[in-house]
Design a protein around this ligand. Structure first.
Ligand SMILES: [Fe+2]
Ligand SMILES: [Fe+2]
Ligand SMILES: [Fe+2]
Ligand SMILES: [Fe+2]
Length: 376
């Protein structure tokens, strides 16, 4: 493990060039930031509720390595990337990631949950693109390079739901393949990352509408995080979660390594993959030592048949949009809005949240009048 701790110089990367970087290079950096932050926060949470000295020692060391990995990846993002540009990058990444996960998801209910949230993050991309044009005179298509549709999804104003309507049925570890467990940890990490990013971005701009839109998006991402968290197996043990979290980090780095076109970033992914394989082996040993379990019970023999790929999903997104835009959750199921009962908890909740207008609606209404162009 000692070679994972280096000088701060080596834990700080040179940023990519925003003007030339491929949109999926940017997307993968944001994805890996989300994966690393989740691993770090999970280990902090675990350390707060264990009194086992060998577990505490393990967590102390690996958690520190995760924190430094997070800095190595996070410093790839250049200083001139604004929070609105990052938001567009996060939503493009989420849309194509969610589409990839949904198309490789064996559990029907989880797949439905992915398709459901896909249309909401699609709408976020559309709203942030309008905000970008309005406040920074930017063109989102130059960032996404036309790889991801910038179109209305399920309108953000319709996404405000009563917290109890985010409760979901859950799967059991033993009933689902490993790819489902990887999909789940990955999407939870990404929704958590957006929640945290938007909560912090609220203070980054002076304009009230921009602040309110970031606040509105932060609130929806909190819902998305709750929606996905609820689908995971609540009986998972701490050591099972530790093993699966390390495996998911390695799996995501391996996927990113296979796809990355920037040679320096690709090399970095290869290096961090090596570190994660070491974390994984140590976590497996700890599972065996502290819970007396054989890791093959948890991981099975089959392996993971496919990788996470970030690439265009135009046809898939269009098909989901055409058939599912009017769905809403009721009693853990997803049904068309017109079939909801009159006492659906979210009706009154949504009215309250939109009581003085939805910032996402306002961005759409104000766009032409407030268009500001950067001087040439
Ligand atoms: Fe990590
Ligand atoms: Fe979103
Ligand atoms: Fe989301
Ligand atoms: Fe790790």
């Amino acid at each position: 493990m000692s070679e994972q701790f280096r000088s701060m110089h080596e834990h700080t990367s040179l940023p990519y060039d925003e003007r030339t970087a491929d949109p999926y290079t940017r997307a993968r950096v944001l994805l890996m930031v989300a994966i690393e932050r989740n691993s770090l926060l999970t280990k902090h949470q675990m350390a707060r509720s264990t009194d086992n000295d060998s577990v505490k020692k393990h967590l102390a060391i690996i958690r520190r390595a995760e924190s430094l990995q997070l800095q190595t990846i996070g410093s790839l993002i250049p200083a001139d990337e604004t929070p609105i540009e990052t938001a567009i990058g996060l939503e493009q990444m989420t849309v194509d990631l969610t589409a990839n996960l949904a198309q490789n998801e064996a559990d029907d209910y989880f797949k439905q949950a992915l398709d459901f949230a896909l249309l909401e993050d699609l709408d976020h991309l559309y709203r942030f693109a309008m905000l970008f044009e309005m406040t920074e005179g930017g063109n989102a298509e130059l960032l996404t390079r036309g790889r991801t549709p910038i179109v209305a999804g399920r309108p953000t104003a319709m996404q405000h739901r009563h917290p109890v309507d985010e409760l979901r049925a859950h799967f059991e570890l033993k009933d689902v393949p490993l790819r489902t467990l990887m999909n789940h940890l990955t999407i939870v990490s990404v929704e958590q990352e957006k929640m945290l990013f938007y909560q912090n971005a609220v203070r980054a701009y002076p304009e009230h509408l921009t602040r309110r839109l970031f606040g509105e998006m932060a609130d929806v991402e909190e819902q998305h995080l709750s929606h996905y968290e609820a689908i995971g197996d609540p009986h998972i043990t701490q050591m099972e979660l530790l093993v699966l979290t390390e495996l998911n980090e390695a799996y995501n780095y391996f996927s990113a390594f296979q796809e990355e076109s920037d040679p320096a970033i690709r090399r970095l992914y290869g290096e961090l993959l090596g570190q994660e394989l070491e974390h994984f082996q140590l976590a497996v040993a700890l599972l065996e030592r502290t819970e007396g379990r054989d890791a093959s019970e948890l991981l099975g023999e089959a392996g993971i048949p496919s990788l996470i790929e970030l690439r265009p999903n135009m046809d898939y997104i269009e098909a989901v949009l055409a058939t599912q835009v009017d769905l809403q959750p009721f009693d853990g199921e997803f049904i068309p809005e017109e079939r909801l009962p009159a006492d659906w908890p979210s009706f009154t909740f949504r009215e309250r949240m939109n009581g003085r207008g939805s910032p996402a609606d306002e961005v759409e209404k104000r766009r032409p009048r407030d268009r500001i162009r950067r001087p040439a």
